[in-house]
Ligand binder design. Structure first.
Ligand code: GDP
Length: 193
């Protein structure tokens, strides 16, 4: 898997438009503004590949990126309070529609901001992944905003809150500083091989 050779494929506004899955898929989920676009750009070494925005809550789409032997699926960021009810419904339709399809789910990278307790929607997402028995890893984002000691404390607290076992895969990342990026690449490589 060459992470430097990933290209944008297509965006979809409804799950009915999704094309059948023909390669293992690595999906990225998380609340709006969690740092998903920044993490994708860092993973793939490409500044503008996924759009980083200062204003959260952009239109919900599922974006597909193609790599060698795997696809990367950028799920719409959830939980932005200021979007309309219909936009929230579109978000649910997209995410639920994606996971309800018969696809080659290799891994879900569930992003959670390391600074805060997980939101209800984060909890729902991770409960769903656990109950559906989907392979997933929790990526804690924006680690550079906390000291090492605070990071360890938050990591333990989030494991408890999300009811993940001590050995549950959880990686501490910072797109700003590059922390955890190689570890996440290793986890992805193993999941798609
Ligand atoms: P998305 O909405 O989940 O795609 O989040 P973005 O990647 O657009 O990032 C949201 C905001 O968080 C932007 O202002 C980013 O610059 C900032 N951000 C993202 N990742 C990091 C990080 O690792 N460290 C810090 N300090 N800020 C980050």
């Amino acid at each position: 898997m060459n992470f430097n050779n990933v290209s944008f494929e297509r965006s979809f506004g409804t799950s009915a438009q999704l094309e059948p899955s023909t390669m293992p898929e690595v999906a990225f989920s998380g609340r709006s503004n969690v740092g998903k676009s920044s993490l994708l750009n860092k993973l793939f070494n490409r500044k503008g590949l996924a759009k980083v925005s200062q204003t959260p809550g952009k239109t919900a789409t599922i974006n597909f990126f193609a790599g060698d032997g795997a696809r990367f699926v950028d799920l719409p960021g959830y939980g932005y309070a200021k979007v309309s009810k219909s936009e929230k419904e579109r978000w649910s339709e997209l995410i639920e529609g994606y996971f309800n399809q018969d696809r080659d789910f290799a891994l879900v990278v569930a992003l959670v901001d390391i600074r805060h307790a997980a939101s209800d929607l984060d909890e729902n997402m991770i409960r769903f992944l656990r109950e559906a028995d989907l392979p997933f890893v929790v990526a804690l984002t924006k680690a550079d905003k906390l000291s090492r000691q605070q990071q360890n404390k938050q990591k333990a607290a989030l494991k408890r809150q999300l009811e993940l076992g001590q050995d549950a895969p959880m990686v501490v990342t910072s797109s700003a500083k590059g922390e955890g990026i190689d570890e996440l690449r290793r986890i992805i490589k193993e999941a798609v091989s």
